[in-house]
Design a protein around this ligand. Sequence first.
Ligand SMILES: Nc1ncnc2c1ncn2[C@@H]1O[C@H](COP(=O)(O)OP(=O)(O)OP(=O)(O)O)[C@@H](O)[C@H]1O
Ligand SMILES: [Mg+2]
Length: 341
Amino acid sequence: MNSDLDSEPLLQIEDLRVEFTTAAGTVEAVSGVSFSVAENQTVAVVGESGSGKSVTALAVLRLLDGGRISGGRVLWDGRDLAELDTRGMRRVRGDEIAMIFQDPMSSLDPLYSVGHQVVEAIRLHRRISKRAARERAIELLDQVGIPDPRSRIDAYPHQLSGGQRQRVMIAIALACSPRLLIADEPTTALDVTIEAQVLEVLRTVQREYRTALLLVTHDMGVVAETADWVVVFYAGQVVEQGPTAEVLGDPRHPYSTALLAAVPTPTTDKALPLAAIPGAVPSLHDTPDGCRFHPRCPQAWDECATTTPDLYALGGGRTSRCLLHRAAPHGTVAAVGRESA
Ligand SMILES: Nc1ncnc2c1ncn2[C@@H]1O[C@H](COP(=O)(O)OP(=O)(O)OP(=O)(O)O)[C@@H](O)[C@H]1O
Ligand SMILES: [Mg+2]
């Protein structure tokens, strides 16, 4: 973990908007999202299904399928990614930012051995011999905890367990020594024990490679153990963000409070804790006026249905999109349109 939250942002998402055109019309899946990831920092993005977490991650890498960035910008190391051409973007995607998805089976090619795939990833970024790349691949597989990597390197994806496949994906992601790793629900498909092991691998390699990590997850337990900073999404917007210990220990937005109250206890299943919040995320075709959370909010009053809340500063870099926080704790009204980590 990195406690130096003031270092220069590596990734800066500013007022990002993403639209999809569907048969039923144009919908906005991400509505003015802003947050940053600093060098070597772990930022967790949390929120219910459909809140725009994956779309935001994909928009950063311009991998939106059928969607388009309709507003805002994404700065990578100070450069506006929109200004890069396809080749420049491909270079960033390969060399500087790597992404791990939820389902490793869909990202690995079943026709090639895992070793072949790791070697290819290495040789895409480095001009080294096949033999040297194979040695490096064995080293990477060892680092991500594949047992007996020298023989497992020739296994095919279907011969590995789900957890091992995800480890291979991490090895492939690390092949380019990325400065930022984006992991979108990397452990959702795994059982709890394997999930913990894969997360431990992520944390270890992050320390070793000094990689920043943008971790999309449903799981507040994972956030608590992994992240320096947490960004809470609701219906395509950031509703709260701040240092993990503060947001988890003292959530301020009523949605964050509900989300944390819904965290499962060790006796309940890890799946779907958020179903415990009454109601559902609004449809993109019909987002509520005023605060998007007001129909489900236990603290809502009349004005919440009509006045759209800004992001209000709570001090210490924390922000909340709730009318309760219009007046910051230190007495002044402090609305911030843009925020950064
Ligand atoms: N290709 C697409 N076409 C139309 N709508 C889309 C497309 N991709 C995503 N959306 C919509 O954008 C919204 C946000 O989706 P997104 O995948 O970002 O949610 P999420 O927060 O990652 O949810 P989950 O936790 O289930 O992964 C959803 O309402 C989804 O239906
Ligand atoms: Mg998602």
